[in-house]
Design a protein around this ligand. Sequence first.
Ligand code: AMP
Length: 218
Amino acid sequence: MFIVFIGPPGVGKGTQANMLVEKYPMVKISTGDLLRESIRDKSVLGERAKGFMERGELVPDALVIDLVNEKVNSTAASGKSYIFDGFPRTIEQAKELDNLLESRSSKISVAVDFSMDEEERIERLSGRRMCPSCQRTYHIKFAKPKNDLTCDACNIPLVQRSDDDESVIRQRSSVYWDLTRPLLDFYRKRNLLQTIDASRNIDLVFSDLDRFIQKIKP
Ligand code: AMP
């Protein structure tokens, strides 16, 4: 099974992907996480991606596609299903993903569109905090850590992602509308699109998602 998550920043794609990975034997490929990891490792890719990410722009397709190819190739032997979180984000990336899956005699099973009101998303994102060590995310209002702004697991102070600054959030949203939103039609035309109202509570969103997945015939 190959599941694609599409949605503007702040709709909770990463949270839902983590919940799926806890419930099912799945590999999660989050290009945002992989890129942040490359930046932390100070790799050549990380150095090239950093500026784009800080400005809220998309990292060039070729870099992201290489990253995904590498990750799929290195995990393919597991035989697990895949969730792509935040990839593809352009039509070009979607076509490359089709090619990659075709070369493995596979195809996308479902594309999930997470929808949410713009202002609510911005509130969610600007209150988001992250553990710099384990990368777990929290929210200053909706998912507070047990102790004041400290990671429950690592017991170190939480930080704000540099691209969760409000002006960068607005730029990331505008990139979504221009470059990523056309993917909805791309998948709708192939009868692969399922839309979820992501403004509801996390467990309700997850039960919809789970229902879609149960219906997929491998
Ligand atoms: P995310 O964690 O998914 O919100 O991604 C954070 C940032 O990483 C985005 O604003 C982009 O700069 C970059 N990024 C993540 N995924 C992609 C992608 N599929 N294509 C291009 N850039 C990406």
